[in-house]
Design a protein around this ligand. Structure first.
Ligand code: C5P
Length: 330
């Protein structure tokens, strides 16, 4: 299927198909402020993509929405919703509604096939990555009616990590709920290790632990989380030295307090690491390494000393190609 066919005037053809990578993310910095009036917390974060990625394939066909999911090794089938509550379907519906509102309905049903490699509920943004990929692919198939800011706004309605997932680049600074984004050049690629203890940490629960601990720590109701940094110029954020200085995750205190085994896991990862952190609100812990051998030694330590699973990957190699934001399906 070539792109021209997908983009021909008069709307896309029945049978048009495109696929895209949906990469996992880590937060190299995750500063959490107090809750705002909407009940959400303000954030200051640095997103970076990993090579570990799901793959989303979208075909225009028939009527209605259909999702099939192929869980690759390391992703238990029961951990991935295959019905209406899968974020891919929510994204497809949101995009379809947006086109209807603009008086340019897609005019086709969709078959979405998801190859799942990113473990769910681990703080790696897998569901958000899939939703972001669906939005990018559908927009491309529809001839690009939405610009990046509109896709970001649509993504923000689906989840706090979806706006980053619709950006073509590999790194970004994020504020607000994570929906105000400044794309960054990624730092030079480095080997990365993700350790998966499989205990599961719910994101809303992790936010409420953070609030509770702040109240108990005397910070006042819901805690303000202190002040944000005046961050260095965006260009400086390409250096691992600068990033190491900024690395932190405010969830580590409250989550490690309730799950001390995650603190132990971080210790095991951090030996030769450039940095290691809890990923998002957990439960995964990741490390970035100067070499593959350092990463692989850490992986061996984790496997030998804990029951955690490991994924050996790399940080994203370069900014993804901007046009098109999707790959053709082979
Ligand atoms: O947006 P997302 O669906 O990822 O958020 C899950 C939950 O995490 C929200 O319902 C909210 O309780 C909490 N959250 C928050 N502040 C944010 C992001 C998420 O309190 N910035």
């Amino acid at each position: 299927m070539d792109e021209a066919r997908a983009n021909r005037g008069g709307g896309p053809d029945d049978g048009a198909v495109l696929a895209a990578e949906a990469p996992a993310k880590v937060n190299l910095r995750l500063k959490v402020f107090g809750r705002d009036g909407s009940g959400y917390h303000g954030l200051e974060t640095i997103f970076l993509r990993l090579e570990l990625a799901d793959r989303v394939r979208v075909e225009l066909r028939g009527e209605g929405l259909e999702l099939t999911v192929d869980c690759r090794p390391g992703v238990p089938a029961e951990s991935i919703p295959s019905g209406e509550d899968n974020l891919c379907l929510e994204a497809a519906r949101a995009f379809g509604d947006e086109l209807e509102d603009r008086g340019r309905p897609l005019g086709h049903g969709l078959r979405i096939h998801l190859e799942k490699r990113i473990p769910a509920g681990s703080g790696l943004g897998g569901g958000s990555a899939d939703a972001g990929a669906v939005l990018r692919v559908m927009n491309h198939l529809a001839g690009g009616p939405l610009g990046t800011p509109e896709l970001v706004a649509l993504g923000a309605r689906l989840g706090s990590d979806v706006p980053f997932a619709v950006l073509p680049g590999a790194a970004a600074l994020g504020w607000g709920r994570g929906h105000r984004l400044l794309p960054l050049e990624p730092p030079p690629p480095r080997p990365a290790l993700v350790a998966l203890p499989g205990i599961g940490v719910s994101t809303p629960e992790a936010f409420s632990w953070l609030d509770t601990d702040r109240v108990e720590g005397g910070e006042g109701a819901a805690g303000s989380g202190g002040r944000g940094l005046a961050l260095p110029p965006a260009g400086d954020l390409r250096s691992w030295g600068t990033l190491t200085g900024l690395a932190r995750n405010d969830f580590e205190g409250p989550v490690f307090r309730r799950h001390p085994e995650l603190a132990t896991l971080k210790e095991l990862l951090s030996g030769d690491a450039i940095l290691s952190l809890l990923s998002g609100s957990g439960d995964a812990v990741f490390g970035i390494y100067p070499s593959e051998s350092a990463r692989d030694r850490a992986a061996q330590r984790v496997v030998e000393e804990t029951g955690a699973g490991v994924v050996q990957t790399n940080t994203a190699r370069m900014a993804a190609p901007r046009t098109p934001a999707v790959e053709e399906d082979g």
